[in-house]
Design a protein around this ligand. Structure first.
Ligand SMILES: NC(=O)N[C@@H](CC(=O)O)C(=O)O
Ligand SMILES: [Zn+2]
Ligand SMILES: [Zn+2]
Length: 352
């Protein structure tokens, strides 16, 4: 297959950041996706309804500036989320639901970028989770324990046992998405679960294993959290994504950081894949001989899980090689995408 038309995909896990950065990030996301779940880990984090609605408006303002009103991209719809803290109240959850906020994000405090205001113990958010279960709000989880005695590469698998299993026992009707899964343990756990659990998988975790971090020297642009794992895990993720199971769907976790902040003694975690996300996924599915499963993963399973209508527009991809730019302008600095300067196998042709 050398050309492929899909129902317009959605990104169920995306970091757009804020301010001038939106001119870059929103343009890239809108060119590819119909909708995106926008992560709330700004500084300060998005913890109430007013902040979520104001952020949504800034995204829409940026969209209007970077995309012509008659382009397919102008229909891009940001889906807003709240950042759970120990102090989140049931009243805020109900108000958020009424205002159209679709999900809340659980960052264990200290697990990842801008997570210091996150949750310090699961029991602290039980009243909020009770309210979410009641009103049908989705819980998004960065599923890694923060215990420094647990090996970095084991933190996701340990989280499932120590945190996720008890959580699902206590809230059996709460819809949960385990975000950016990276291990065979997570793929298996989610694959065997009931209708209330799903997982997103990034393009970079489908295409790379942890060797990519050290190829000829340390490669900061391949560093994200949860960190890339060994090849057997990558293969399990590809099997899950291409299985046709509705439990798995697209979430890029495209996470921009200015190049100087990644190329530093202590470099930030996050891979920027938004400029060619659907092309990277197409490559991963093509490598697995499973292009026929891409549309379900990219355009149907997520919408169905969230109870939202499937998109009506389309995107067309062609197998033809091109070179990923070295960088993109990003506020006053630059942003280096994953694969910068390297060859891409698929190219987005058109969106309607
Ligand atoms: N994935 C990452 O490595 N970084 C994300 C945070 C996150 O999704 O954990 C970010 O906001 O930069
Ligand atoms: Zn995360
Ligand atoms: Zn993320």
């Amino acid at each position: 297959m050398t050309e492929l038309t899909l129902i317009r995909p959605d990104d169920w896990h995306l970091h757009l950041r804020d301010g001038a950065a939106l001119h870059t990030t929103v343009a890239h996301a809108a060119a590819q996706f119909g909708r995106a779940i926008v992560m709330p880990n700004l500084r300060p984090p998005v913890t109430d309804v007013a902040a979520a609605l104001a952020y949504r408006q800034r995204i829409l303002d940026a969209l209007a500036e970077v995309v012509p009103a008659d382009a397919a991209a102008a229909r891009f719809e940001p889906l807003m989320t709240l950042y759970l803290t120990d102090r989140m109240t049931p009243a805020t959850i109900r108000a958020a639901r009424a205002a159209g906020v679709v999900a809340c994000k659980l960052y264990p405090a200290g697990a990842t970028t801008n997570s210091d205001a996150g949750v310090t113990a699961m029991r602290n958010i039980y009243p909020a989770l009770e309210a979410m279960q009641e009103v049908g709000m989705v819980l998004l989880v960065h599923g890694e324990v923060t215990d420094p005695s647990v090996d970095l590469f084991d933190r996701e698998a340990v989280f499932i046992e120590q945190q996720l299993m008890p959580l699902r026992r206590d809230f059996p009707l709460l819809k949960i998405v385990m975000e950016h899964i990276t291990t065979k343990e997570a793929a298996q756990y989610v694959g065997e679960a009931d209708d209330f659990l799903a997982a997103t998988i990034t393009a970079h975790h489908l295409l790379y294993n942890r060797n990519a971090l050290f190829l000829g020297g340390i490669r900061p642009h391949y560093y994200c959290l949860p960190v890339l794992k060994r090849e057997t895990h990558r293969q399990a993720l590809v099997a899950a994504a291409t299985s046709g199971s509705p439990r798995f769907f697209l979430g890029t976790d495209s996470a921009p950081h200015a190049a100087p902040l990644k190329e530093a003694a202590v470099g930030c975690a996050g891979c920027y894949t938004a400029p060619a996300a659907i092309e990277l996924y197409a490559e991963a599915f093509d490598n697995a001989g499973a292009l026929d499963r891409l549309e379900g993963f990219a355009a149907f399973h997520g919408a169905d899980f969230y109870g939202l209508p499937r998109n009506r527009g389309t995107v067309t991809l062609r197998k033809s090689s091109w070179q990923m730019p070295e960088s993109y302008p990003y506020a006053e600095t630059v942003l280096k995408p994953l694969r910068a300067g390297e060859t891409m196998a698929w190219q987005l042709q058109a969106a309607a």
